[in-house]
Ligand binder design. Structure first.
Ligand code: ADP
Length: 494
């Protein structure tokens, strides 16, 4: 990847996009379009279709028809594998185009976007494609007079709703295992970050995913998202986004066909630094990256730093140094380390969190609020707030922006108590050179992921999922298959 290739793509005019339903590009039934703004400069980038309930019904019908006639669901796994491997190759071939497209509507710095979006998406499709012809059913240990077979059956029609941060990566975490297992999918991207997923649908068709097997409907969550989740003909929902929407999906499920809902929600992940960390300077650097990359807009961001009290001042000073050295700027410049905040409303919400924290007595150690306003884009300086009390708003609630909350602790017991004192349980980090302490912390912290002496950067081989109000179910790893396959018993009298 070099700057001149990026520069060729960054100003390309983008024509308005339609839904992708039944293998065709389809305009919204009422002709509506929605502007897509770029967080880079606040300007209108293009338009997407403003989906209606009728559009969503058409997509669900296309997915159902494709599933029932077996054009994909009854193909041999090895054949689905071939198609999905081809899709992985196509994603890689179009990686820069996909990455730039995604950055233009969501603001992630291109260095991170390239790895985390198309390259990770290609890896995800390859992983599940390779895995699908290695999944066996079981024979139950019954008496000789009967045969108990345990089949894995695709669930049917999967409704997938994904957010604006890392749409290709998160979208692929859901699409790849869902498609590999033979399901049909209706995908609803976030209204402000649909472009790279629409391109993915185009590549999927080129790779040979049959018409109707992958459908994408764009538009408002409250209109098309709700219609999808309330459908009697959708078998499961897979979702990444806010707790408020997750709660609604459960409600829609209860009001319709009681479909299973797998939710990956927010976090307020504790990153815990003990005085015996192997390398405090490395811990400070990685911790700064763990909250500030992508302007803090990562669900597992280590947004709640807990530091042992005797190293608190020294550690915070080092971390502030790293934060101030990170270059905030145009996400399409290769030397940018922190890109744009996704939207003006996100930016305002971030600033409000800081103001409230100050009102509750926290101290702003670095961070000048909104910066680079003259660009028209939405940028915010990485912000470190110390003296945050466990009862404070900033300690308890997810900002989803470049704002780090810092709180001192005395000992291991207090660290675990503080770590577990929010409603969330997504990610966490522990820095210590004491092996026994590391294992006690792994056991004590209520979270889906515990990083030890690092933060972030895991790969596809391990599951990601939250506990408590951070959600349920897992993306990534072979465990993700469990969501998309039902167990079916055949009980045969011999
Ligand atoms: P975020 O804070 O990431 O914007 P949201 O939960 O609002 O979180 O959005 C995540 C996804 O959920 C988006 O695709 C959005 O359109 C969708 N969404 C929002 N509200 C609803 C809803 N009531 N029903 C279904 N989907 C929704």
């Amino acid at each position: 990847m070099n700057q001149s290739d990026i520069d060729t793509l960054r100003s390309q005019v983008l024509s308005p996009r339609s839904h992708f339903i039944g293998g065709r590009w389809v305009a919204a039934s009422e002709g509506g379009q929605r502007d897509v703004l770029s967080p880079i400069d606040g300007a209108v980038l293009t338009q997407i279709a403003e989906g209606t309930p009728a559009d969503m019904e058409a997509a669900i019908a296309a997915a159902r028809a494709a599933f029932e006639d077996g054009r994909w669901s009854r193909r041999a796994p090895a054949e689905r594998k071939k198609v999905l491997l081809k899709l992985a190759d196509l994603i890689e071939k179009h990686a820069l185009e996909l990455a730039v497209l995604g950055v233009r509507d969501n603001g992630t710095e291109i260095t991170m976007a390239m790895k985390a979006e198309p390259m990770s998406a290609a890896g995800t499709f390859r992983y599940y494609a390779e895995a699908i012809d290695k999944v066996y059913g079981q024979i139950a240990p019954t008496a000789d007079s009967v045969l108990g077979l345990i089949h894995h059956a695709p669930v049917g029609v999967v409704g997938a709703i994904v957010p604006w941060n890392m749409p290709l990566m998160i979208g692929s975490w859901k699409l790849a295992p869902a498609l590999a297992t033979g399901n049909s999918v209706v995908l609803k991207p976030a209204e402000s970050a649909s472009l790279s997923l629409l391109k993915l649908a185009e590549l999927a068709a080129e790779a040979g995913v049959p018409d109707g097997v992958l459908n994408v409907v764009t538009g408002s969550g409250r209109v098309v998202g709700e219609k999808l989740a309330l459908s009697m003909d959708v078998d499961i929902m897979v979702f990444t986004g806010s707790g408020a929407t997750g709660r609604r999906l459960l409600e829609y499920s209860a009001r319709s066909n009681m479909k299973r809902c797998y939710l990956e929600l927010g976090g307020k992940s504790p990153n815990i630094v003990f005085n015996d960390a192997p390398d405090l300077s490395e811990a400070a650097k990685v911790s700064a990256g763990g909250i500030f990359r992508n302007a803090g807009q990562i669900c597992i961001a280590g947004s709640r730093l807990l530091v042992q009290e005797d190293i608190h001042d020294e550690f915070v000073a080092e971390l502030v140094k790293h934060a101030e050295a990170m270059r905030v700027g145009n996400p399409l410049d290769l030397d940018t380390q922190i890109g744009a905040v996704h939207s003006i409303s996100e930016l305002e919400s971030n600033l409000d969190f800081v103001a409230k924290a100050e009102a509750e007595g926290a101290e702003r150690r670095t961070g000048d609020g909104r910066i680079l306003e003259e660009t028209g884009g939405y940028y915010m300086a990485p912000t470190v707030m110390t003296g945050v009390k466990p009862t404070d708003n900033l300690f308890q609630n997810e900002v989803f922006g470049p704002v780090l909350s810092v709180t001192p602790f005395k000992d291991e017991e207090e660290a675990i108590r503080l770590a577990n004192s929010t409603v969330y349980g997504l990610s966490s980090g522990v820095w210590t050179s004491n092996l026994s302490r590391a294992h006690r912390m792994i056991a004590g912290i209520r979270a889906g992921v515990v990083h030890v002496n690092t933060y972030g950067g895991s790969d596809l081989t391990v599951p990601l999922g939250g506990v408590r109000q951070s959600g349920n179910g897992h993306d990534k790893s072979l465990h993700a298959f469990e969501k998309y396959l039902d167990l079916k018993t055949a009980w045969i009298k011999l």
